[in-house]
Design a protein around this ligand. Structure first.
Ligand code: SF4
Length: 239
């Protein structure tokens, strides 16, 4: 439910996605920002957030994540540094977990991506991790359990097992997963998994049924073939 905000707060509501500053305040000490820039306006919240980095668990994650970020580039040093990305996300996740000394990794996957889950489990196992993996349909509860009508199923008239991301999270937790990796959970099912997972969560594959799991493809072509992701006049074909 949308929160009611007064008008002056609305005017300060961050819209970083629309920031057109050449030198941005958030990345350059001499940079600037628009009137709604959170770097310029919300130092109190930035400081409050900083306090959260104080606990051991959070600071270890934060440090490992940022060190890993840097290590995903080659040629960062030398007389003419020219950082270039060299690591796929699957490898990035393995290295991140190793940095934190994690031994057991959870894989929560969609049954539509069994092969991807199998391959990623092999990747982890080849690097010495123990892997506990759970499919989204584990438990085989009918979709009717959560109020889905027959006409709302993928195949009306047939039995359909509901996805239970909460069960996935609980099963992974019971078996001591230290980091949970999502592979292709549906929109919303992933939201529930994030909420119920005790271990930190990262995503290897964001499901997109029509772009080969590359959701950004629809954004890159939103000016042409995927105009239908827009709404209103912008959605109309221009040619
Ligand atoms: S933090 Fe400020 S400068 Fe950075 S992108 Fe957002 S609005 Fe622009």
């Amino acid at each position: 439910m949308a929160r009611t905000m007064n008008r002056s707060k609305d005017e300060r509501m961050p819209r970083c996605a629309h920031c057109a500053e050449k030198l941005r305040a958030c990345v350059d000490p001499g940079g600037t920002g628009p009137s709604w820039c959170p770097t310029l306006n919300l130092a109190d919240l930035v400081d409050e957030a900083l306090e959260q980095y104080g606990s051991d668990a959070v600071s270890a994650l934060a440090l490992a994540a940022s060190v890993q970020e840097g290590e995903c580039y080659a040629d960062r040093t030398g007389p003419e540094p020219a950082p270039r990305p060299v690591k796929p996300r699957a490898l990035e996740i393995c290295e991140f977990a190793a940095k934190l000394g994690m031994k057991r990794i959870g894989v929560a996957f969609c049954t539509g991506l069994f092969e991807e889950a199998r391959i990623f489990s092999r990747v982890l196992e080849s690097r010495g991790f123990e892997v506990v993996s759970v499919a989204c349909k584990a438990g085989r509860l009918p979709k009717e359990t959560i109020g889905v009508r027959d006409d709302q199923k993928i195949r009306p008239g047939c039995f359909e097992s509901m996805c239970s991301p909460i069960a996935q999270a609980m099963i992974l937790d019971r078996f001591g997963s230290e980091l949970n990796v999502l592979i292709g959970l549906c929109v919303g099912h992933d939201s529930l998994f994030f909420r119920f997972s005790r271990a930190p969560v990262t995503v290897l594959v964001a499901k997109d049924r029509v772009t080969g799991h590359n959701p950004a493809a629809a954004l890159y072509t939103a000016h042409s073939y995927y105009r239908n992701v827009l709404s209103g006049p912008e959605a109309k074909p221009s040619h």
